[in-house]
Every structure is written in structure tokens, then in C-alpha cells.
Write a protein that binds this ligand. Sequence first.
Ligand SMILES: [Zn+2]
Ligand SMILES: [Zn+2]
Length: 463
Amino acid sequence: MRIEWTDIAAGRVDTAAGTVVEVTGFPVAAAADRRAACFLLVPENPCCPGHVPAGALAAVEVFADSPVPVRMGALRLTGEWHVGSDETGAWRYCLRGARTLDPPGWSGIGRRGLIAGGPLMCLGASACDPGDPKRAAAARAAIEAGVTVDIHSHAGGIASDDRLALGTGFSPIAAPMRAGGMGAVCLAMVADGGTIRTTPDGRIRPFRDPAPGELRDRGARKFDAILRLVRNEGLRVIATAADLRATRPGSPGVIVASEGADFLEGRIDALDEAWRRWTLRHLQLTHYRVNPLGDIQTEAPVHGGLTDFGAAVIRRCDTLGIVVDVAHGTTELVRRAAAVTSKPLVLSHTSLSERPGPFSRLISPAHAKLVADTGGVIGIWPPAGIFPSMAAFAMGIARMARVVGVDHVALGSDIRGLTGGSVFPDYDRLPALAEALLDAGFSPDDTAKVLGGNYARVFAASV
Ligand SMILES: [Zn+2]
Ligand SMILES: [Zn+2]
């Protein structure tokens, strides 16, 4: 079956899902690539490499079995047609297992297609010429240009209750950080573990109420474990903006974080204690329980967003110097948090969806803009179920940058926190990510912002 752009633009080709189709269009690939296995197909010739079209129906995402020429004009492709679920990101249609039907050099598209999306937006051309052998060096330079930060991590297995209970210790984090050039990680403990579990339909949900004091005590033991891990690994605790500025790939550090403020058990003075005793500097308000601070994406709303207690916690964070992270919170929670805070907000691990489904952890463009409008930062996470390759992950980051601006995106790896596979399983992959970002059209300066500069700005404003 041959797919026409008029039908794509009208969203009329859902019924072709699962069938082998033919589609002709112009490839939009990374600025540095002459050949690519992961690219976008658009109906008319793009004005320059690295431009990303806007609108869910403006392009077809292509995953080819092997790289195809993407600098030779139009391509006639065949492959299996997929209708993107709401979970998979911004483009509705995807061609998998794609291969070209035309010899390289063919450029026979006969008519101007119809483009449904908005204007094209340039993310900045790569400094690398196509095929430049210095690509790896450019990636390394972007890593070393400033501070690199993973804004959401459970590296070492720090979120695991089992490791804590068994006292079996944690896996190394300093060595992979040094190997990859990662300067700082927001290392998050999880206090509601033991009260949540994965249901048969794949959701993570609470299954029992915690006993009084349980979450406070588990939080204390896990904060202690973070500091022990930092000490044993020869890392440093980052307490101030100057500390973060001073981190370098060779001398990495840890920002003590909590995924969920459940350990407070409704007591604001427990926040002061955590700031003082464990150097807590990054607090995610909610996790997988509807807690006293507000509503979460994965359960039906109870509070109508952020509670008054949640608002009080945000104000106290602003006073003490703690970054406020609204990951897992509902759009209504984020809306009130943005109104309450006097500092930029962080949303540390998610990705963009035009239409997030019910109980989805992904966020809509409007949700993302609430965070960006505070001057904040959104971390994109790398589940293999969403991004099948590093190139696809970089394009996912580019999609969010297209919506909120390049100053408002970052890496939120959720290392050792993802239940499925990850295209960024450890920090030795950082150079590969930097290369993929350059390939996706980010300039070296913008790559450095995504890899840490943006978070460093928020941290300096907050702490
Ligand atoms: Zn999470
Ligand atoms: Zn996490």
C-alpha cells in the first residue's frame, strides 16, 4: 500500500498499522550524517539539516534496518507502518524495518507535499562537517566545556530496599562517572519503596498504607546510605553552587536528592533536618503515593493538585536552598507549584507526548511549558521502550527543546530506577549521548547546556 502525505497530514492512515507500506519523502537527519538509520521523513525538502518539523502529523519517524543515504534528496521507502501510541512521543506515524526502494541519487518526488505542522525550527547546526572524524573529539569538548549533571539517578542501586536490608553494598558509580565524564548526579533515595509494587498491567501502585514513622525511618536509613556510598566511592557531596561549579569529569560529586517527600510524614521541620543532616539539596515532591503534598500522574487526583502543605514545603525549600522537582506530579500540581515558587522548577525525568494517556508519566507541551516558564529544566529519560536507540533518545530531547527551548532541557537518566531497558544504562555512555546530541543538530554550546549547564543555572538560583 502506498501512503500519501495528504492522508498523513489528515491523520487518516491509522488503519495501515502493521502492514508493509511505501512512502516517499525527504529525510531530516542529524546534521553530521550522510547516512542514517534513524531519521524523520517530511513531505518537502527541508531548508537545512538539523531542522525538526513541528506537529504530530508533519513527519514520519523512520527506523531503517541499516543506514540509508540522507543527503541525496527524496527517498522512496518501504517498511512496516506503525501508529505511535501516546507513549512514544511527538510524531503519530512511524516506519520500522525501513529500506530504500531507490538507488542513491534518485530525487524524483514530483510534487510539493502538504505540510500540516507549524514552522520549522532550527536547533542550530552541528559544528561537525558530515563524516568529520573529529566527531568524538567534539563530543568530548562539549562534555568538558562546563559541568555535566544527571538530574535524576539511583546509580549504585541506591533506591533498592533489598540492598539496604541485606547490607550487600552498592555497585560502583565513581568509575563509570569518571569514564564517561559525568561531573555530578542527583542521587535520589526513595522512601515509599516497600509500600508500592508493579501491578499485572505494568503500573507501579501503592498496595498498603505505611505504618506511622515507617517512611521517616526508611528515609533516614536511605539518606545515610547515600552519604556512605559517596564516602566509599571517593566522591564529594555538593552543597553549594560553588561546589557544583567546581566539579569536573575527573573529580565528580553527588547532589543528595529524594524522589518523593514522603519521608517528611507531613512535618515541615523534617525538611530542615534533612537539609542540615544529609545535605538534601534536591527534593521531588511526590512519587508513587498520593502523599500530603499533592496529586500524582499515576493515580486518580485526590487533592486537586498541590496541597497547602505542598505549597508550604516549596516555600521552605526556597528559603533553605533546595531545588524543587515536580516529576510524577499532575499538571494541576505543577500549575500551583509554578505559582507558589520564587525559584525555577525542575521536572527531572519524563518525555514529551502530544496526548499523554491516562496515568502516563509523560507530559504534554502545556505541562512542559509550565516548568519552562519558571526558568526551570525538564530532564528527558531514556527507557528503551520509548527510545529504541541513542539517536532516538537524542531526537526525543530535541523534541522537548523544540517545545520549551534549549535552555530548559536536561538528562534525567533514572539509572537503576527504570523497570525495563535503558539506552543510557550507565555513565560510560555519556560521550555517545553527546555525539548523538551533536548529530541531532544541537550546537556544541547547546549540547553542553543539555548535559549540565541548564541544571547548574537552576541549582545556582535555588541553593
Ligand atoms: Zn520516578
Ligand atoms: Zn527514579
